[in-house]
Design a protein around this ligand. Structure first.
Ligand SMILES: [Zn+2]
Length: 342
């Protein structure tokens, strides 16, 4: 008998088989999706730490907490819209300051207490700081938790990056940034914030008479922005003739010639008028950088021009708003904004 070749037709799928098949397909798809998600997360976490260190100076940090890690990626990426081609060395180092092991600190994990500390743990603590991945305090956060060291070594680590030239016209002044060893802060994370603040059009460069550029510790600079523990800040300020004590404790920040000295207590804990007004820490940081650098640029203290209105940046907002509400910038509505000299 000629066996007729059996039709290629597969065995007729009965209902149960079909059922099983569709479940298998669903299962497979689920697995694929799961794997994709896991891999995706991995990539984000890995790329975050490096990204934080070279934000463009032109970005607008106001939208708070800014720092979408993506937008501040390294210079080769989409990150540098400022592109004022003249900024030397912008592309230079993507390796961050040598000091920051890429531990992806999750933003919520606020600083480990100083428990294990002395000396050896500086690197570890620094990298565990929320600043490694995203140097800006979270939106809405009023102050950081965790113990703040009262003193450090008195020595400083300098930022390693150059910024583009910030601003379009006017005299060019160069500045460095430095963070005290033992403060558990990261120099490049501090640098990223200072650069973003001083590069904002609402800051001093906005008037068209001044350009600024951040340079590395090895370069010559006109002034330096220091982040120092309260004891060191107290000593540095006192050496320059300024007493920053309140109730016996070095409390405010100060400027001495060539030095804007930011008190770590305020950098992490903000100040009473801001906390009472529920104004976020990121805004206080903008204020204190603009204020102390404002002194370096020749501006003195001012009063509140209108009760309930915004406070000029040269009001001593760390201590009192003088009837105004917190405001962090020397410019407002694209004009310079100041108050009566006091
Ligand atoms: Zn002042």
């Amino acid at each position: 008998m000629i066996s007729s070749t059996p039709p290629a037709e597969p065995h007729s799928p009965d209902r149960a088989d079909r059922w099983r098949l569709s479940w298998l397909v669903i299962l497979a798809l689920t697995l694929v999706v799961l794997i994709a998600v896991v891999v995706g997360n991995q990539v984000t976490a890995d790329s975050a730490p490096g990204a934080a260190s070279s934000p463009s100076g032109e970005l607008d940090p106001a939208s708070g907490s800014g720092a979408l890690p993506g937008s501040v990626s390294d210079p080769s990426g989409s990150g540098s819209p400022a592109g004022s081609g003249s900024g030397p060395g912008v592309a230079a180092s993507s390796a961050s300051a040598g000091a920051v092991p890429p531990v992806a600190a999750s933003p919520g994990v606020s600083r480990s207490p100083l428990s294990g500390v002395p000396g050896a743990s500086i690197l570890e603590s620094a990298s565990a700081s929320p600043s490694s991945a995203n140097p800006f305090p979270a939106a809405g956060l009023l102050r950081l938790s965790g113990k703040v060291p009262n003193h450090g070594s008195g020595q400083f680590v300098y930022g390693s990056k150059h910024s583009p030239v910030l601003g379009n016209k006017g005299q060019l002044r160069r500045f460095r940034v430095a963070v005290e060893k033992g403060s558990n802060e990261d120099a490049d994370a501090f640098a990223a914030q200072v650069q973003s603040i001083l590069g904002d059009k609402r800051s001093w460069i906005g008037n068209g008479n001044l350009r600024l550029q951040m340079v590395s510790g090895a370069d010559k600079a006109d002034f330096t922005v220091y982040l120092a523990t309260r004891d060191t800040a107290g000593q540095m300020c006192a050496r320059g003739g300024t007493n920053i004590r309140v109730g016996g404790v070095p409390y405010t920040s100060c400027r001495t010639p060539g030095k804007a000295i930011i008190n770590l207590d305020r950098w992490r804990l903000s100040a009473t008028p801001y906390v009472n007004a529920k104004v976020e820490l990121a805004t206080y940081r903008r204020y204190v950088i603009n204020h102390e650098v404002g002194h370096e640029l020749g501006h003195g203290h001012q009063g509140c021009p209108k009760k309930g209105g915004p406070a000029p940046v040269m009001v001593q907002q760390t201590l009192t708003l003088r009837g105004c509400v917190p405001y962090a910038w020397p410019r407002r509505d694209n004009r310079s904004f100041s108050g009566p000299a006091i």
